[in-house]
Design a protein around this ligand. Structure first.
Ligand SMILES: *Cc1c(COP(=O)(O)O)cnc(C)c1O
Length: 421
């Protein structure tokens, strides 16, 4: 099979079969994943290097504080941040970031959250782009304060949200400023950080989906963010249930303390000080708001191995493009397909397949639904379905999956062609 010699594909179809067999045993159909790294699909398949590391991690017990500290050192190295923590996903990382900005190292505040009465609890957030993950911040007890008017995004004018409008909303109740990292963002993070620094307010950056490019691991920290979250289960291809929170040592430590199991006698607790600065802690919560966000030793190890691979991997982009080109070559000219376009000006290359809707009996939604539950199940990225476009994201495709995508699509289209009269 072409492409099997690639390093990135070293888990090969052999691993794919192993995965397929366990799911077959359980009676769960596997999905050919052309949608990308979606959580609802369990994220990308793991490389066997990551899976083996996770299996080995399961062979012994360790103090989670020791393991998280080694992870912190690795995260520090690859992000340039003072410290880091493996979280149970970027969303949990946001909740912990909000909790850290509200409580700092104050144990009494940690005990009180998510009840944030009497604690600076307001997080300023640009009115656009509000998104569904904002909820992760309020989960810790924070209150979101909408800031600015985005005429540019609304198509009503040329002005977007300007960093200076944040200054007008900062009060003694402000706990943090939130910034959603986007590739096409017009608000400059450095300028926002400059405003925040004038008032001593930390900036939290949601960069969950901003990898690749891998340079972004360092970028937001370099630009002055105090806390940054990344998803471990997206392009890093770590265990799906992981994420990274990195940034200022004291804030990351606050997050760590609010996440770990604290059923330990204070006198007998002697963890490494980077994440657990015992002397600086003013009291200790029982279990913090993040206690439900536990990350297993296997997941922490898996994330560490995947992160190292992600940083070291060469030629990933070219391999993705190759895979997409092979698919494009087979989809072009299929009855029911209007246009095939390779999108290369994005960190993750994509293939757009535009259906010839006039020649089809069913709508793109119906066709997509049918493919979702076909045998094998095939999931596309549906972001442009309203334009009749199926998007193929290569990140989660295993070698050989491209052919299954083509076969499934061809069969589905053939079944739905209008009769010519
Ligand atoms: C995916 C995503 C998240 C959540 O990441 P998880 O690791 O799945 O928790 C948060 N914010 C944004 C912008 C995302 O795209």
């Amino acid at each position: 099979m072409p492409g099997c010699e690639n390093r990135y594909y070293d888990y090969l179809i052999k691993e794919g079969m192993r995965v397929a067999n366990i799911y077959e045993d359980l009676g769960v159909p596997i999905v050919i994943n052309a949608a990308g790294t979606a959580t609802r699909l369990g994220g990308p398949p793991l490389s066997n290097v990551v899976m083996e590391a996770m299996a080995k991690a399961g062979e012994a017990s360790v103090y989670i504080e020791d393991l998280q500290t080694q992870a912190a050192l690795l995260i520090r190295e690859v992000t340039g941040a003072e410290s880091g923590l493996v979280t149970s996903g970027a969303s949990a990382g946001l909740t912990l970031a909000a909790a850290a900005c509200m409580a700092g190292l104050d144990g009494a505040r940690m005990r009180q959250l998510p009840d944030s009465r009497g604690i600076p609890n307001e997080i300023l957030i640009a009115r656009s782009p509000r998104n569904a993950y904002d909820r992760a911040l309020t989960l810790a007890g924070a209150k979101l304060i909408d800031v600015g008017i985005d005429d540019w995004a609304a198509g009503a004018g040329v002005r977007g949200i300007e960093p200076d409008v944040f200054a007008e909303s900062i009060t003694d109740k402000t706990a943090a400023i939130f910034y959603l990292a986007r590739r096409d963002d017009r608000m400059n993070l450095r300028a926002l950080v400059a405003v925040a620094r004038r008032f001593g307010i930390p900036v939290i950056v949601d960069a969950a989906a901003q990898l690749p490019p891998r340079e972004n691991l360092r970028r937001f920290i370099e630009e002055g963010a105090d806390l940054v979250v990344f998803s471990g289960g997206k392009a890093i291809c770590g265990p799906q249930g992981t994420g990274i929170l990195c940034g200022k040592q004291e804030l990351v430590a606050s997050a760590a303390v609010q996440m770990v199991d604290l059923d330990v006698p204070w006198e007998a607790w002697n963890p490494p000080r980077l994440l657990f600065p015992k002397e600086a802690l003013r009291g200790m919560p029982y279990h913090g708001v993040g206690r439900g966000f536990k990350v297993s030793k296997e997941e922490i190890v898996g994330l560490m191995v995947a992160l190292r691979r992600f940083v070291d991997a060469e030629g990933l982009h070219d391999q993705w493009v190759d895979h997409l080109r092979r698919i494009a070559g087979k989809v072009e000219g299929l009855a029911g397909v209007d246009q095939v376009r390779l999108v290369l000006d994005a960190p993750t290359p994509l293939l757009q397949i535009k259906l010839d809707e006039a020649s089809l009996k069913r709508s793109p939604w119906e066709i997509s639904t049918s493919l979702r539950y076909a045998n094998p199940r095939i999931a596309f990225n549906e972001q442009l379905l309203h334009q009749g476009v199926f998007i193929v994201n290569p990140i989660s495709l295993r070698p050989g999956d491209g052919d299954l995508v083509v076969q499934g699509l061809a069969k589905e289209l053939a079944n739905n062609l209008r009769q010519l009269n």
